[in-house]
Design a protein around this ligand. Structure first.
Ligand code: NI
Length: 169
């Protein structure tokens, strides 16, 4: 089922999510709905709190991006074990329709999480998938991409977003 995407400045996007204890049917349904919602919105990543569920679950599918390796992931209770290098990229976010901002991230990250079966997984992500992962991990911590900007760049981005919201209304 395609669910509604929570739009900034909704408070749920500013609160850290909770860890998943048991991967039951409800969590399985959540994961399925997250993929459907993400594909429907033509996104490449989605965090559970973006559809109003405050749990530490993210889905990623980079296949629509032609110059990135196709990678489909479900990550539960994800963490960064280590990061290296720096990469800048103009990111979009389904919770900020129409806004894109350049954010600096690690170029390569080592990730620890559970998969959809509750099995521990460790993986290394590099380039575009690493960017998407860090963007979604921020969501799970209650951090949005504008929070990664400082000073006037943050103010400019928020002002631009306010205008975009007004145009939509
Ligand atoms: Ni986002």
């Amino acid at each position: 089922m395609v669910r509604d995407i929570v739009i900034y400045p909704n408070e749920i996007l500013k609160k850290p999510t909770e860890k998943v204890d048991v991967i039951d049917k409800e969590v399985q349904n959540l994961i399925r709905d997250m993929f459907e919602t993400m594909y429907n919105a033509e996104g490449v990543g989605l965090a559970a709190n973006q559809i109003g569920v405050p749990l530490s679950v993210m889905v990623i599918d980079t296949s629509p991006k032609e110059d990135a390796p196709p990678l489909k992931l479900v990550l539960i209770n994800p963490e960064i074990e280590s990061g290296e290098g720096k990469i800048k990229y103009k990111e979009g976010c389904l919770s900020f329709p129409g806004l894109s901002v350049e954010v600096e991230r690690y170029e390569k990250v080592k990730v620890k999480a559970l998969n959809e079966h509750g099995e521990p997984v460790e993986l290394t992500l590099e380039g575009f998938p690493a960017i998407v992962f860090q963007h979604e991990l921020d969501h799970l911590k209650g951090i949005t991409f504008v929070d990664r900007l400082k000073g006037w760049r943050r103010r400019m981005a928020l002002e631009k977003y306010r205008k975009l919201l007004k145009e939509r209304a």
